[in-house]
Design a protein around this ligand. Structure first.
Ligand code: PEP
Length: 250
């Protein structure tokens, strides 16, 4: 089964509104002809509406880096999926390791957010991945399995079409250390089997699993050549037009 590659840029807490808009105007010109892969940029919530406007009628979609589990209420400082949907956003990244580390995102919370994202008609990228000490203790599969089970609690077969999984080993994020393509593929294939066990063989064949962790123009080709790697979630290298363009074009 062929799965359409999805390349997403996670801008984290970088770029002002003007910088974001200038960036996507340049990017759009460089990627106009690309139709065989899904392209996504994930700016800050502040820049989202302006970036959506700048990318209207293009082949580049917009994602956000988080969204709340409720759609409105007394949640100071938060933003909800229906607000983002209304602004023209397509995807929400959930459970990024930086949010798990600094913003109390637990599997339980990610699960609640995921349900609300899907209810609101948006798609989600759900991030999972082990820390260095977990890998060194041989716990990678156990950690990833716990995260997938927790995040997907109560998610039905019909919801899977709106979900992409991102395998992001925490030790490879922003460190310059990439998992080798084989190391990454091993975990991707484990996650795919897990989805097969939880749902069915067709679901496991269909779901897209991105790799994230120091993806660069120099390593994207080898990563994408692996059987179970269907795209990339890119941090640092997505902040420059040239490097992100090269990654999208792998
Ligand atoms: C990320 O932020 O999801 C990420 C993978 O960052 P980097 O590419 O910088 O490692």
């Amino acid at each position: 089964m062929s799965r359409k590659p999805i390349i997403a840029g996670n801008w984290k807490m970088y770029k002002t509104v003007k910088e974001s808009v200038d960036f996507v105007k340049q990017l759009e010109g460089k990627l106009k002809d690309v139709t065989d892969r899904e392209i996504l940029v994930c700016p800050t919530a502040l820049a989202a509406a302006s970036v959506v406007d700048a990318l209207r009628f293009t082949n580049i979609q917009v994602g956000l880096q988080d969204a709340h589990w409720e759609n409105e209420g007394a949640y100071t400082g938060n933003i909800s999926p229906i607000m983002l949907k209304d602004a023209g956003v397509h995807y929400i990244i959930l459970g990024h390791s930086e949010r798990r580390q600094y913003d109390n995102d637990t599997d339980h919370r990610i699960n609640a957010k995921l349900k609300n994202v899907l209810r609101s008609g948006l798609k989600a990228i759900v991030c999972v991945g082990e820390t260095l000490s977990e890998r060194e203790k041989g716990q990678t599969e156990k950690v990833v399995e716990t995260q997938v089970n927790g995040c997907f609690e109560g998610i039905g077969l019909g919801d899977l079409a709106g979900i992409v999984i991102a395998y992001e080993p925490v030790w490879a994020i922003g460190t310059g250390k990439t998992a080798t393509p084989e190391q990454a593929n091993e975990v991707h294939s484990f996650i795919r089997k897990l989805i097969g066990k939880k749902y069915n063989a067709e679901a496991s064949e269909k779901i897209r699993i991105q790799y994230g962790g120091s993806v660069k123009p120099e390593n994207i080709k080898q990563l994408m050549a692996q059987l179970d790697i269907d795209g990339a979630l890119v941090g640092g290298a997505s902040l420059k037009v040239d490097s992100f363009t090269a990654i999208v074009r792998f």
